[in-house]
Ligand binder design. Structure first.
Ligand code: AFP
Length: 329
């Protein structure tokens, strides 16, 4: 089952479908292949290394980030499916060029997540989030982009690792497709992914432990204690590419977090480009995603590049973490 066929067959389940949503997903899968092709030859061509430009969050923009950013924009700008886009690499919304028709969907994307890992050959990925527009017609607006995560129509990621995968949900199960490079097609390899109810892995940058709030410190200490009944101690795995860490958490269970701390109360990760899409995927796989105070998907965004703390993963693990953060344990 190819991704193309899967998308077409899903469309038949929605009798009123106009084909725009399927078209959008088709275009995204093409963008994924174009980025994959470039990521794969990163060591061969002179595309590695940093440019001298900083993005809005203050990270150095790598050349491959720029390539991925432009490639996704250009793959998506002319299909007539979108009215506006926003990317983690750009301060303002990205308008659809005048010569192309405006559609009814909105795309937000992180073109290359984990890009500080590019030079050392570590798994990276792209993340996307799709909404329906709220403005009536014409050009899309900032307000079309600033919708709460629970309103997403679809979300997904491409992971460029030992194999390349396209994982997405339209709120009807989470499905994973692995790229067969010999035929250039994504093939259904992980149908209806369900996150284990409880895992045995915790994943976060423990180097920040001194800055965490006491609840988080006590929770991680709890995970390291020995207790047969609750299968502790847990193992620590942290790649530092959200896509890779969340992908593992989705398949093996456990918890992944980038909490707030007293240096960065809102954490490091971006609500619109990283947290919302991943929270949508994890919830549709049966897990949970919270900020510590509320469900990530319920956060009302106020700006395109805002940060938010996140704890996501297996329901039982997130429940326990939440108990520590709220002082119940
Ligand atoms: P880069 O894209 O700059 O590498 O950032 C990656 C990221 O946004 C996310 O993918 C990681 O989970 C997180 O940052 C890693 O941050 P730390 O280096 O602070 O652990």
């Amino acid at each position: 089952m190819t991704l193309e066929r899967f998308i077409s067959e899903q469309a038949f389940l929605h009798p009123g479908a106009t084909g725009h949503f399927s078209g959008l997903l088709h275009d995204l899968s093409l963008a994924a292949k174009l980025v994959w092709r470039e990521v794969n030859k990163a060591g061969l061509v002179n595309i590695l290394g940093a440019t001298d430009r900083m993005n809005i969050s203050g990270d150095i923009v790598r050349k491959l980030d720029q390539f991925a950013d432009e490639t996704i924009y250009r793959a998506m700008d002319h299909g007539g499916h979108l009215c506006v886009m926003a990317s983690e690499e750009n301060e303002d919304v990205l308008q659809i060029p005048e010569e192309y028709p405006a559609g009814k969907y909105v795309l937000l994307y992180d073109p290359l997540d984990g890009s500080s890992n590019i030079d050392v050959n570590v798994t990276i990925g792209s993340i996307f989030s799709i909404y329906k527009r709220i403005s009536p017609s014409g050009k899309g607006t900032l307000q079309d982009c600033l919708q709460a995560g629970y309103k997403q129509e679809a979300a997904g990621y491409m992971i460029y690792g030992s194999s390349t995968m396209f994982v997405y949900t339209t709120a009807h199960g989470v499905h994973g497709f692995t790229l067969d490079p010999t035929v250039g097609e994504f093939l259904l390899s992980h149908e209806n992914i369900r996150i284990p109810k409880k895992g045995k892995i915790y994943s976060l940058n423990e180097g920040n432990a001194a800055y965490w709030e006491p609840g988080m410190q006590r929770y991680i200490q709890y995970l390291k204690e020995s207790d047969k009944a609750t299968d502790r101690p847990y193992s620590l795995r942290y790649i530092g590419s959200m896509v890779a860490d969340v992908h593992r958490t989705l398949l093996y269970g456990g918890m992944y977090a980038y909490p707030g701390d007293n240096k960065n109360p809102e954490g490091k990760l971006r609500l619109m480009y990283e947290c919302n899409p991943m929270a949508f995927i994890v919830e549709h796989a049966g897990g949970r995603a919270i900020t510590g105070k509320q469900r990530v998907l319920d956060v009302q965004p106020t700006s395109l590049h805002q940060h938010v703390p996140i704890i996501l993963g297996s329901g039982d693990d997130v429940d326990i973490c939440e108990g520590f953060l709220l002082g119940r344990r």
